[in-house]
Design a protein. Structure first.
Length: 118
């Protein structure tokens, strides 16, 4: 059974930083596209960032220049470094995995809460 587990969320002041981690038991991890999404209260889940199998990454405009996604295939882990956090970044952050770029994400974690205070 595939497991996707996020960690690293918490409470931080505006302007601060957090690093989220996501460990996924998909095999082989290096073949999977990995993404981060978030859902704020009362809003729909939205794309944050993703990273491909050859480390090509993409970002939502709202986080570009502040967030960085990376992966460590040896550890089956993807990271989201979040800098210059804003109160509007407050959300539950989800990690997801998919084998094919042109298909929906197949596996999702339970999410980790990020709260940014003003």
């Amino acid at each position: 059974q595939v497991q996707v587990v996020e960690s690293g969320g918490g409470l931080v002041q505006a302007g601060g930083s957090l690093r989220l981690s996501c460990a996924a038991s998909v095999r082989p991890f290096s073949n999977y596209y990995m993404g981060w999404f978030r859902q704020a209260p009362g809003k729909e889940r939205e794309f944050v960032a993703d990273i491909g199998t050859v480390y090509v990454d993409s970002y939502a405009d709202s986080v570009k220049g502040r967030f960085t996604i990376s992966r460590d295939n040896a550890k089956n882990t993807v990271y989201l470094q979040m800098n210059s956090l804003k109160p509007e970044d407050t959300a539950v952050y989800y990690c997801a995995a998919r084998l094919y770029y042109n298909r929906d994400y197949e596996y999702w974690g339970q999410g980790t809460q990020v709260t940014v205070s003003s």
